[in-house]
Design a protein around this ligand. Structure first.
Ligand SMILES: Nc1nc2c(c(=O)[nH]1)N[C@H]1C(S)=C(S)[C@@H](COP(=O)(O)O)O[C@H]1N2
Ligand SMILES: [Mo]
Length: 438
């Protein structure tokens, strides 16, 4: 049996160093690690945490305290602040949860997910930039400048979720290759542009149109000039929604370079990969788009649940459409110290892809009991929703605040990592923060 097939708990018992690297990308303090091997090691775990764990009796075996997941690595990406860099070639960087506390994600805090080599900044001239609309199901292929888009079509603004399909990948066991996103490949800024629908209709959509695909100005990581890094798309119904935008602005400013300046597609609520950056061309297709990273296993999951580690063939997969329900505690940040007696104000964001979020709950006893939070409505469809709640702690010690959202169809976030899949997509397990109550 491959060591990865035994599950994390077994791997910790056998080879804790490898298990740490798999889970955290580094080795953790041995004292901390020893703590979660067995419940009998509670003393060691409490020592490492510097506090007792009042709800220890409810703590799932093998649970690694959220307090151990913190990292304050330095970084430097032009125009970005506070992001955790996962890869610098190409640049991939995620946002710590506490920097997602704004209702509208500021540009400096929006994550970056690059598949290839972005166009050189010096080669980008928004005055010269063109967008070509073509494809076998486009009746009148047309090329627009950005000025022409602004002039010919009505301008719309929406706050839209962009979440990478691989957000949460780091928690899958056996681990999936790719950027080890933890929770921060999500943002919800406000985009301004024209409706994709208006532009496509102006160019004539043939009756046989089923899909659109995008092409960006970035190139494949190999540097090959004729090879796309990524060229994905959405079915016609998603493309024609009011909120699907060809955007030139984010939060009333130019879109940041790393997020697709000067023009990008935004189809909110679906894997971020459908929202093409540095947008140059859109094709209307009479078949499912077949650009780079459209075929399985990219942005695809098994049509039916599979055992972790199962090998699949292309026919076993379906392409991901809407992202699942999810939530994040954005205040306080994990590891906060709190005085016993005062209730702790907890707030965060919740979203559910194409759907709205109906309820958000928090738990301080490892998911045994749940308290309903106050939830705001979204400013528009496909934007995340703010939740707030007050949490009271019964005695001093180490706590975790867990948060769980439920979508309008009654689907809840799972408490543990859901449906293993080869590429590590769609992990919408509950978010947890550590709180030390003294
Ligand atoms: N042209 C182009 N568009 C792209 C990508 C890319 O590498 N090139 N990455 C996609 C992926 S996988 C995601 S998750 C989102 C991320 O958007 P962001 O980098 O602005 O956060 O952009 C998508 N659009
Ligand atoms: Mo992505």
């Amino acid at each position: 049996m491959h060591p990865e097939d035994k599950g994390l708990h077994a791997l910790y018992a056998e080879d804790p160093v490898t298990a740490d690297r798999r889970l955290w990308g580094r080795e953790v303090d041995p004292l901390s690690r020893r703590g979660f091997l067995k419940r009998s090691s509670l003393v060691a775990m409490s020592l490492a945490l510097g506090a007792s764990i009042p709800f220890a009796r409810f703590m799932p075996g093998g649970l690694i305290p959220a307090a151990f997941a913190q990292s304050d690595e330095p970084f430097a990406i032009d125009g970005k602040e506070g992001l955790r860099v996962l890869n610098d070639r190409p640049i991939n960087a995620e946002t710590p949860a506490h920097l997602l506390d704004d209702d509208v994600t500021p540009a400096r805090h929006m994550f970056v997910r690059n598949n290839g080599l972005p166009p050189e900044p010096a080669t980008i001239d928004p005055g010269q930039w063109t967008l070509e609309i073509a494809g076998e199901s486009c009746l009148t292929p047309t090329t627009f400048t950005i000025a022409e888009l602004k002039e010919r079509f009505e301008t719309h603004s929406y706050q839209l979720q962009v979440e990478c399909g691989g957000n949460g990948r780091s928690e899958f066991v056996p681990s999936a290759s790719g950027n080890q996103w933890t929770i921060g490949a999500i943002a919800c800024p406000r985009f301004t542009g024209v409706r994709l629908r208006d532009v496509l209709e102006a160019c004539g959509i043939a009756d046989d149109a089923v899909y659109i695909g995008y092409y960006g100005a970035d190139r494949h990581a190999s540097g090959a000039a004729d090879k796309e890094a990524i060229s994905r798309g959405v079915p016609m119904a998603k493309a024609l929604e009011d909120e699907s935008l060809i955007a030139w602005a984010m939060n009333d400013e130019d879109i940041p370079y790393q997020n697709g300046y000067p023009l990008r597609l935004v189809c909110g609520g679906w894997p971020g990969s459908v929202s093409g950056k540095w947008l140059k061309k859109i094709v209307v297709r009479n078949q499912k788009h077949d650009g780079a990273k459209m075929a399985p296993p990219s942005y695809s999951v098994p049509a039916n649940p599979v055992a972790p580690g199962t090998e699949l063939t292309d026919d076993d997969y379906v392409t991901i459409h809407s992202m699942p329900v999810k939530s994040l505690v954005t205040f306080p940040s994990s590891g906060v110290e709190h005085a016993l007696g005062d209730p702790l104000e907890v707030r965060g964001q919740a979203w559910a892809g194409d759907l709205s979020v109906a309820e958000v709950y928090t738990s301080i006893d490892f998911g045994i009991t749940w308290q309903k939070a106050t939830l705001k409505e979204a400013p528009n469809r496909l934007a995340w929703q703010r939740f707030t709640t007050q949490v009271a702690f019964p005695e001093p010690g180490y706590y975790e605040v867990w948060t769980r959202a439920v979508d309008e169809n009654g689907q809840s976030q799972p408490m543990v990592v859901p449906g293993w899949n080869p590429k590590g997509y769609l992990n919408n397990a509950c978010h947890r923060i550590a709180v030390q109550v003294a």
